[in-house]
Write a protein that binds this ligand. Structure first.
Ligand code: PRX
Length: 566
């Protein structure tokens, strides 16, 4: 018997009001994500409960209760006000995964600011593009990363406050402020900014096929979806020890690495350290992690180390495993069943969706290789790319489409109404991914519908890479595509046609690589450059990346009727 009846039947009367009621959202309490993630939990008598256990790469451990994160975030918020920051100012977080990152995020929201998290690994150019676009007013960073900010601040007139959170006796320069969370006095009471449902809260940058990265803007009422999906999909319960391995530079690290667990009053652990299977297992063992949210790339790395590595540790505390960001291979689900005695549950969503929309929901039969079904309250389908009408034949591939209106849907691309509007067709939000749906409502991911490269779960726009490449004096034109990689799923491969007078050589390749290194984030760096005479283009001059990609994947090249040289 199919599973459909029971699942759809059970949630047929679903209403997001369930979540609003549990949060007492919009009753007498302030609408503010910062409040829901700290003050409200303390008001429920959980002030002494651990909110965060943090371990640094040297093994240093720090612990914070809900009371601690409440008064530390108040202190941040008060400081932001004191130095003249105003509600709706964009405040960037540019730090490694240190406790200040998580706690100041709440402080920004409590003051009414818009939090703009960025990966600390970003180089100057990647940082500049995003700060310039958002007209960011302030940036929180550390001694380790402030150099990058200093090198670009002259070109960012709006960026008037650079806050160094570990300054100590560090010599500050113009526009720089020191703020030490640990040394600042406890701020018991802070008059939390009273947001409206639609007040902007978080601005996450994400890459598209064309143009610069776009800032997906979220609002305070997103918490309605983030709270409930955390509770129902991640299945977090009061005694859980939860570990989300994602960096808050990525939406997973904020929606489910801050807002979800803390609005549920759960204890979470953070490891600010690079990957090693043994280190990860030892960490999960040490803190008796129960719920673990990670990504297929990490799972593939763990698989490479084999089950022996798992067996060297006592991981019996783990009770629920989840994955996001890329297709979760059926092998990974089968392997995790063998290694941990339980499967990874896939979750599908995007920066733009703000919360999980399709998932192998708790209690559902898992079909390895499928992403699962739509979360209750999410109307999801696949549509025909020609007329954006839902496809009703089971197994047919179409574009994943969601009915707009769920609470955590992005409300804008920052300053980019045209691209935002373009994402909505025939009353559907078009995700930009291809999938089929089987007769029981399970989604089977096929691939992206655009040229965006998904490397280790991170989206990289070909345009950014190509723009960097063509600035090199030898490069006439360039195309970047994803090529298959056993661990990262895809890595970037660049095709480059040279200007007259330049010849391909290893030295030139190295020179080009060095040239773009400081312009691109490490993830966007090509792993390989192929020199070509010319690039395949449509008659209207658009590079046909699809063809280059198909070659790399050994797939049929498809329709070439628009190719320039037919
Ligand atoms: O292509 C899909 C892929 O990641 C994209 C969204 O990336 P981003 O905005 O960075 O957010 C990722 C974290 C929420 C999607 O359009 N993707 C995400 N989850 C899955 C996935 N692809 C296949 N299976 C998934 N579970």
């Amino acid at each position: 018997m199919s599973n459909m009846g029971s699942y759809e039947e059970k949630y047929k009367d679903f209403d997001w009001k369930i979540s609003e009621a549990e949060l007492s959202f919009g009753k007498n309490d302030p609408i503010n994500i910062g409040y829901f993630c700290s003050d409200r939990i303390c008001e429920q008598g959980l002030g002494k409960k651990l909110a965060l256990i943090w371990e640094g790469f040297t093994g240093e451990v720090k612990k914070y209760t809900y009371d601690d994160i409440r008064f530390h975030s108040n202190a941040f918020a008060q400081f932001f006000r004191e130095i003249g920051l105003k509600p709706q100012d964009r405040i960037c977080l540019f730090m490694d995964r240190i406790p200040e990152l998580y706690i100041s995020f709440l402080g920004i929201l409590k003051m009414g600011g818009i939090a703009q998290p960025l990966f600390s690994a970003f180089g100057e150019e990647a940082l500049f593009t995003r700060l310039d676009d958002a007209k960011t007013k302030a940036i929180l960073t550390t001694k380790k990363h402030v150099g990058k900010v200093r090198r670009i601040r002259e070109t960012l007139p709006e960026l008037t406050k650079i806050i160094v959170v570990d300054a100590d006796d560090f010599k500050l320069q113009e526009r720089e402020f020191a703020f030490s969370m640990e040394k600042a006095p406890r701020v018991e009471k802070f008059d939390v900014f009273q947001a409206e449902r639609e007040t902007p809260s978080v601005l996450h940058y994400t890459s598209g096929t064309t143009g610069k990265p776009k800032g997906a803007l979220h609002v305070h009422s997103s918490i309605i979806a983030q709270y409930l999906t955390t509770k129902w999909v991640l299945d977090l319960k009061p005694d859980d020890i939860y570990w989300c391995t994602a960096d808050p530079g990525w939406v997973t690290g904020t929606s489910y690495g801050i807002i979800g667990p803390w609005s549920n009053g759960v204890t979470q652990v953070v490891l600010d350290s690079g990957f090693s299977a043994d280190k990860w297992y030892a960490f999960a063992e040490k803190y008796k992690v129960t719920v673990w949210y990670s990504a297929p790339t990490a799972i593939r790395l763990l698989m490479k180390e084999g089950i022996e590595a798992v067996k060297r540790h006592d991981l019996s505390s783990l009770r629920y495993l989840l994955s996001v960001g890329e297709p979760l291979n059926a092998e990974a689900v089968v392997w995790s069943q063998k290694a941990f005695g339980k499967p990874f549950h896939d979750t599908y969503w995007q920066t733009e969706t703000g919360s999980i929309v399709i998932t192998n929901f708790l209690g559902m039969e898992i079909r390895p290789g499928s992403m699962g079904k739509a979360f209750p309250g999410i109307v999801a389908t696949v549509v025909d790319p020609k007329n954006f009408e839902p496809i009703t034949t089971p197994g047919s591939v179409g574009l994943i489409a969601l009915k707009p209106g769920w609470p955590s849907m992005f409300r804008a691309y920052w300053n980019n109404k045209e691209i935002y509007d373009n994402k909505f067709k025939n009353g559907w939000y078009i995700c930009g991914d291809r999938s089929s749906i089987d007769k029981d409502g399970y989604f089977w991911f096929v691939g992206r519908d655009d040229d965006v490269i998904n490397t280790a779960g991170h989206l990289v726009g070909p345009f950014e890479i190509e723009s960097a490449l063509i600035e090199h004096k030898a490069v006439a034109e360039a195309a970047a595509v994803g090529k298959p990689d056993p661990i990262n799923m895809e890595v970037v491969k660049a095709f480059v046609a040279l200007k007259k007078g330049f010849e391909p050589s290893d030295d030139l390749e190295l020179d080009i690589m060095n040239f773009i290194r400081k312009k691109l984030s490490p993830l966007a760096m090509p792993q390989e450059i192929a020199f070509v005479q010319s690039l395949p283009k449509t008659r209207s001059g658009k590079i046909m990346r699809r063809m280059l990609r198909a070659q790399e994947w050994g797939e049929p090249i498809g329709d070439t009727s628009t190719l320039e040289n037919d």
